[in-house]
Design a protein around this ligand. Structure first.
Ligand code: C2E
Ligand code: CA
Ligand code: CA
Ligand code: CA
Length: 277
């Protein structure tokens, strides 16, 4: 028994050290990914349900790894946050998204949504960084929107409020991402300058099978109307889900039913949106 125990331990430490090796390797590769230009933004169209038109898109980060292929942000963003790289990567995202917003708004109205991680939001230079990227690219504040998560509002922090107010003053709109998964109170929703609520995919998922969740989605629409906020339904995958949302007068939706996130070139080919020449 003792021997087996020792073997188990050996296997365990071996697995653990392999995990650590992989992590360190990924971290050092991540440090170089920016200069090697291995990042790319994909864009998922946001659809106005009344007109069926693409009115904007969400920029979603991808790491095009030379040997591992396309790596999901879910895999490397937590690591980038831990080692502080997220601020620099985030700046690249903001600059790239602004550049595309400028390009696309020459052709039609198209708001590009940019995801900000909590760490990035807490960076003291965030507002200045966004403004300088907009200036450098000639991006108008109406052409972008910032997506932040609900957990930021929980901190009831004067800095969070101050940062949001600075964006509001600059004319940049703010969306609350994954809405419904955190526990933000109604008073926070009224207190912070928020333009859009994005209902989390998990609610849309079970909208037809779970009457309680469907009820909550209805309640979210009422709250948003009271607060003069617009609502985007995320992760719409089926026609039935879309029908349900249309019955609730949902204005905007995103999801695989309409399109997967695609590269910029493919987005420009989107027939519901004027082509870029
Ligand atoms: P998110 O902001 O909630 O983005 C939505 C995620 O759901 C995306 O995954 C998108 O591809 C996926 N999705 C869209 N429609 C559907 C659908 O109909 N069904 C299903 N099952 N999934 C759908 P993705 O691109 O892997 O991104 C994952 C998360 O990584 C994002 O979640 C966001 O939190 C983070 N992320 C992505 N890009 C950035 C970025 O530039 N900066 C930061 N800080 N975070 C980012
Ligand atoms: Ca998002
Ligand atoms: Ca989301
Ligand atoms: Ca999410």
């Amino acid at each position: 028994a003792k021997k087996a125990g020792r073997n188990c331990f050996a296997i365990y430490t071996e697995a653990l050290s392999r995990q650590l090796d992989e992590r360190m390797e990924m971290e050092s590769e991540l440090r170089q990914a920016l200069s090697k230009q291995e990042f790319a933004l994909f864009y998922q169209p946001k659809i106005c349900l009344k007109s069926g038109k693409t009115i904007g898109s969400e920029a979603l980060l991808r790491w095009i790894h030379p040997s591992k292929g396309i790596i999901s942000p879910l895999k490397f963003i937590p690591l980038a946050e831990e080692c502080g790289l997220i601020v620099e990567i985030g700046k690249w995202v903001i600059g790239e998204a602004c550049k595309m917003a400028v390009r696309w708004n020459q052709v039609g109205e198209h708001k590009v949504a940019i995801n900000l991680s909590a760490k990035q939001f807490q960076s003291e230079t965030l507002v200045a960084d966004v403004k300088s990227m907009m200036e450098a690219t000639g991006c108008h504040p109406d052409w972008i929107e910032l997506e932040i998560t609900e957990s930021l509002l929980l901190e009831d922090d004067v800095d969070v409020l101050h940062t949001l107010k600075q964006f509001r003053d600059a004319g940049i709109s703010i969306a609350i991402d994954d809405f419904g998964t955190g526990y933000s109170s109604l008073s926070y929703l009224a207190k912070y300058p928020i333009d859009t609520l994005k209902i989390d995919r998990s609610f849309i998922n079970s909208i037809q099978t779970d009457p309680q969740r469907a009820g909550l989605v209805k309640a979210i629409f009422s709250i948003a109307r009271c607060l003069n906020q617009s609502v985007v339904a995320e992760g719409v995958e089926t026609q039935d889900q879309l029908d349900f949302l249309t019955d609730l007068d949902c204005e905007y939706a995103q999801g695989y039913l309409f399109s997967m996130p695609v590269n910029a070139e493919s987005l420009e080919q989107n027939k519901e949106w004027p082509a870029v020449v």
